[in-house]
Design a protein around this ligand. Structure first.
Ligand code: PBG
Length: 331
């Protein structure tokens, strides 16, 4: 009998390491851990029961009480952190409620710090869109443009209010130029040199934020965010944003959204000298929940696969509305 030719009997058999679960586990390079996950939570002023968010099944706007409960569950599951978004009862053109020491976010931050602050990282989203009556992420010029530098002064006041209320980390998401430097300066000046900044460094103007605007009630009343968020058709600009934010003092840089921007996550992770986070946003969540509800996708499997993909691309920290659920499953 002739020797088998290498062509019909290949020596290289990648399938060898896929044969059993134990071999696959041994060969695996990417592992999503509960501590990598950050749970976004919404708290709303003036409600007596949690209000479900229609476009995000499983997500609710919390009361202060139900927020504490959700935070305790997240801590119990071992998630790495929480990020809080507040929805005030009253809005105005400068977003006054955002830095009100008695406002809903500051009250809820004090609750969270007391309830779970020793077990996980309490982060505060720092923006104006939930607090302004026009829904933009900054204050406006008379011509209704977003006024970059006037907005920075508002961000400084908000950062100090959030730090005073107990935030370990503030996360500016408004995409104003110079926001990290301005906030760092304000925090240091007010005696909060230890409060870290997780910069939404790379934030694309995305349709995937649609459901979030129901959850946080911060949709712009006119125009859109394309003059301050990034253009999806650009790539290397993401590195410029990251370099600026790190130079300005960002402790963590974030890329957002996650799954449609994995190329950007990968590029940033290869360059950044600080931890990289990715935000699996509301539209990514809604898309999978809707397809799963229709019976078109295996929900749990796809959730796990997306988180693995985001981690594999290079994000060490993942903000996801499934954080508590997935952390429980991993435990
Ligand atoms: C506010 C903010 C947004 C998100 C986080 N912070 C919305 C926006 O920029 O329009 C999106 C989060 C999500 O979609 O899950 N600046």
């Amino acid at each position: 009998m002739a020797e088998p030719s290498p062509a019909s009997f290949p020596a290289a058999r990648p399938r060898r390491l896929r044969r059993t679960a134990a071999l696959r586990r041994l060969a695996a390079q990417v592992d999503v851990r509960p501590a990598d996950l950050v749970q976004p939570l919404f708290v709303k002023e003036g409600i007596s029961e949690p209000v479900p968010v229609a476009s995000m099944p499983g997500v609710a706007q919390h009361t202060r009480d139900s927020l504490r409960k959700a935070a305790a569950e997240a801590a119990e599951a071992g998630v790495g952190g929480l990020i809080l978004f507040g929805i005030p009862a009253a809005k105005d053109d400068r977003g006054s409620a955002a830095d009100d020491p008695d406002g809903i976010v500051q009250a809820a931050l004090r609750d969270l710090r007391a309830e779970v602050g020793a077990r996980l990282v309490v982060m505060a989203d720092l923006c104006l869109c939930e607090y302004t009556d026009h829904g933009h992420c900054g204050v406006l010029t008379p011509g209704r443009d977003v006024d970059n530098d006037a907005t920075l002064e508002r961000y400084q006041a908000i950062a100090v209010a959030q730090a005073r209320a107990g935030a370990h980390v503030v996360a500016p998401s408004g995409m104003m130029d110079g926001q990290v430097a301005a906030i760092r300066q304000a925090l240091d000046g007010a005696g909060f040199a230890d409060v870290a900044i997780c910069a939404y460094a790379v934030k694309y103007a995305s349709g995937f934020y649609g459901p979030f605007r129901d959850a946080a009630e911060g949709a712009p009343r006119f125009g859109d965010r394309a003059s301050y968020q990034q253009d999806p058709a650009r790539r290397e600009e993401a590195l410029r944003e990251v370099m600026l934010d790190v130079a300005e003092g960002a402790d963590i840089v974030m890329v957002k959204p996650a799954l449609p921007y994995l190329d950007i996550v990968g590029m940033v992770a290869r360059q950044a000298s600080v931890p990289v986070a990715a935000y699996q946003v509301s539209g990514e969540y809604a898309m999978i929940e809707a397809a799963a509800a229709a019976g078109w996708l295996d929900r749990d499997r796809v959730i796990g696969e997306t988180l693995t993909a985001i981690k594999r691309a290079g994000a060490g920290i993942i903000l996801t509305y499934w954080a508590t659920e997935v952390a429980r499953r991993l435990a």
